[in-house]
Design a protein around this ligand. Structure first.
Ligand SMILES: NC(=O)c1ccc[n+]([C@@H]2O[C@H](COP(=O)([O-])OP(=O)(O)OC[C@H]3O[C@@H](n4cnc5c(N)ncnc54)[C@H](OP(=O)(O)O)[C@@H]3O)[C@@H](O)[C@H]2O)c1
Length: 218
């Protein structure tokens, strides 16, 4: 995740206004280390997600040495299945790559299944809400050792609240945005956690005014 100094995660509804060159490098590096990229449907709809790119040579050889697939697979969480099958995420997926996974619920509208099934693999994990613990177990069963969640705040909240997060990588952009009291989103979108989660700062890098922080959940 990238945030402003005052904790906002979007500018005009997207994260792009907060990013920078180093932040995008960190983003690609984290993708390069992952087997699956987990993302909420709200982020897919807002950010115009695309399939993961071919990794640069150094990442490709590391992936091969680590016995990972050449590219991570996208996993979208959506209860409503309100996802346009013509989105680049689906339509531009390379033929040789596995289709994105869409984790959904048994109560999702049947009318949306047919079109999405043409472009994605649908997995049911719950009746009205996707059971994220069950979903991560399913991803593990199909070979995922490292799952990187790219947000958004609503999905982040549930993952932290369910105790499913090992570490948080957050880029702090040298930017002030405001608006958090008027509906702007912070890192976690949900009610107060039952107990605040204490993180351990493991590493900080800095470039061009950005701080890149890696926290461990201990
Ligand atoms: N700064 C950053 O690094 C960053 C990163 C990511 C996103 N963002 C921003 O965050 C915003 C989107 O975040 P968001 O919090 O609104 O959305 P989100 O967390 O990306 O996605 C929320 C959606 O995911 C689905 N979902 C999540 N948990 C679910 C569950 N347990 N069961 C069923 N469905 C579930 C639902 O989709 P359905 O509605 O389809 O049921 C829900 O509406 C965008 O503006 C984006 O630009 C910023």
């Amino acid at each position: 995740m990238v945030t402003s100094i005052d904790g906002a995660t979007t500018v005009a509804g997207r994260s792009g206004g907060l990013g920078g060159i180093g932040d995008r490098q960190v983003f690609q590096a984290l993708r390069g280390l992952s087997d699956m990229i987990l993302v909420g449907a709200g982020t897919v709809r807002a950010e115009g997600y695309r399939p993961p790119r071919d990794p640069v040579d150094s990442v490709a050889s590391r992936r091969s040495a680590d016995r990972r697939a050449p590219k991570p697979r996208l996993v979208v969480v959506s209860g409503s299945l309100n996802l346009d099958p013509t989105l680049p995420l689906f339509a531009e997926n390379d033929l040789g790559d596995p289709a994105p996974l869409v984790a959904t619920v048994s109560s999702s509208p049947a009318s949306r299944w047919a079109a999405l099934e043409q472009v994605a693999e649908l997995v049911v994990c719950g009746e009205t809400l996707v059971d994220l613990t069950g979903l991560l177990a399913t991803l593990s069963d199909i070979g995922a050792r490292t799952v990187v969640c790219e947000g958004g705040p609503h999905l982040n909240y549930q993952l932290f609240a369910a105790g499913l997060v090992d570490e948080l990588c957050v880029s702090i952009s040298p930017t002030l945005v405001g608006g958090l009291s008027l509906g702007g989103r912070g890192l976690l979108d949900g009610p107060n956690l039952a107990v605040p989660i204490r993180l351990r700062l493991h590493r900080v890098l800095s470039e061009d005014g950005f701080l890149f922080c890696r926290y461990l959940v201990s």
